[in-house]
Design a protein around this ligand. Structure first.
Ligand SMILES: [Zn+2]
Length: 387
């Protein structure tokens, strides 16, 4: 039975999701428009029965112009959607906080400034900003188009072959990209709005905690910091930590802390994934939760991981890391450092260094024992033959 605010959250979350989907749809649509414009132009070329490479070069130049003309549109869509998502998230959180805090704080009529949405797009996530990603995405579209067309010319294919190849190849990239962008973008907006709310309601928050998802898709770096707490929000990392990151930071009130023993969090025990083939030729992955349960809110990802069967751990870590985990008794914490997942090479070289250090310690210990024995023998000899 949902309380009023729980229903409210569900409603808001759905609205946010639909905005995320809208961004994805818009991105796919814009990419498709680019492809369709390319196709129309290419058809016009194929009507003129003969063409030279020089002519084709000029056409490619024109095509580049078309794609770049679409770039600002792409950017505007992103900005508008981000702003709306930020506002929805902000509104949701102020309401929840008022309810939870039981405080009569003035009605939130806060308007998220456009700069916030713009800044959000510029802020890097896992090494790249959303804006940078969009530019790169368009750049890639262009490079790919050029490469595909060049290939057609070199192999003596017809223009129709070129069109077919373009249609088959480009929408696929844009769908995945759009999905990545929508997911990461919504998480980013959500976290930015939350952080804004913490600033205003900071006085009722006792401490902050990192919450990642308890399932087999949580990365090693995020799993390591799940449950990490701090008195100040700024002493915890900013999320999303990387593309498709689902982690967040929650603020805990005195009320939450009082009831903590009773609080639970969901854990996904089993989930399946399957590839969805779309009509435009693109593919995406859909996940379905088969089995989930509620565990104590005090349980961290590390505990969740340790309780899983060996087969699960093996699949989660992969064969190389699993071997190190078993044979070298590495912990979940050992697989990442400062938010970066360590490569197998890095892990192995660390183990070698540790091995050498261990040997040194053992050698020193042996020498120390020898020294002690020597002293004892000397003292005993002195006792037997006192001068
Ligand atoms: Zn994460």
């Amino acid at each position: 039975m949902g309380t009023e605010w729980e229903d409210h959250i569900i409603g808001r979350t759905l609205a946010i999701e639909s905005y995320g989907n809208k961004v994805a749809r818009d991105l796919t649509r814009i990419s498709m428009t680019a492809v369709n414009r390319l196709r129309r132009r290419m058809e016009r070329i194929s009507e003129k029965s003969q063409f030279t490479r020089g002519f084709l070069h000029r056409v490619i130049g024109e095509l580049s112009g078309t794609i770049y003309k679409l770039a600002p549109k792409y950017q505007k869509t992103l900005e508008k959607a981000s702003l709306r998502v930020l506002e929805l998230e902000y509104d949701k959180f102020t309401r929840v906080m008022r309810k939870k805090g039981g405080l009569s704080i003035k009605k939130a009529n806060y308007k998220v400034p456009v700069e916030a949405a713009k800044a959000m797009l510029e802020e890097p996530i896992g090494g790249a900003s959303i804006k940078g990603w969009a530019e790169k995405h368009l750049g890639r579209l262009l490079i790919r188009t050029k490469n595909l067309l060049t290939e057609v010319v070199i192999t003596g294919g017809t223009m129709r072959d070129g069109i077919k190849i373009l249609r088959e190849n480009i929408p696929n990239m844009s769908r995945k990209g759009a999905q990545f962008l929508a997911r990461t973008g919504v998480m980013h907006a959500s976290n930015t709005a939350r952080d804004e709310v913490w600033k205003e309601y900071g006085d009722i928050i006792e401490k902050f905690r990192v919450v990642s998802t308890l399932d087999n898709r949580t990365c090693l770096a995020c799993g390591k910091i799940d449950g990490k707490e701090a008195k100040k929000r700024e002493n915890l990392p900013k999320f999303p930590l990387h593309g498709n990151c689902r982690c967040t930071v929650i603020g805990l009130t005195a009320l939450d802390l009082r009831d903590e023993d009773k609080l639970v969090r969901p854990a996904v025990i089993e989930q399946t994934s399957h590839t969805v083939h779309h009509r435009d030729g693109g593919t995406s992955k859909k996940f379905k939760v088969i089995k989930s349960k509620e565990v104590s809110a005090k349980k961290k990802f590390k505990d969740f991981f340790e309780r899983q069967p060996e087969k699960w751990k093996q699949e989660y870590l992969g064969p190389g890391r699993y071997k190190l985990y078993k044979e070298n008794r590495l912990d979940l914490e050992d697989f990442s450092s400062n938010g970066n997942i360590l490569t197998l090479e890095q892990l192995k070289s660390q183990l070698t260094i540790m091995g050498t250090l261990e040997k040194e310690v053992v050698e020193k210990e042996k020498e120390r024992k020898k020294e002690v024995k020597k002293i004892i023998r000397k003292k005993e000899a002195e006792k037997k033959n006192p001068k």
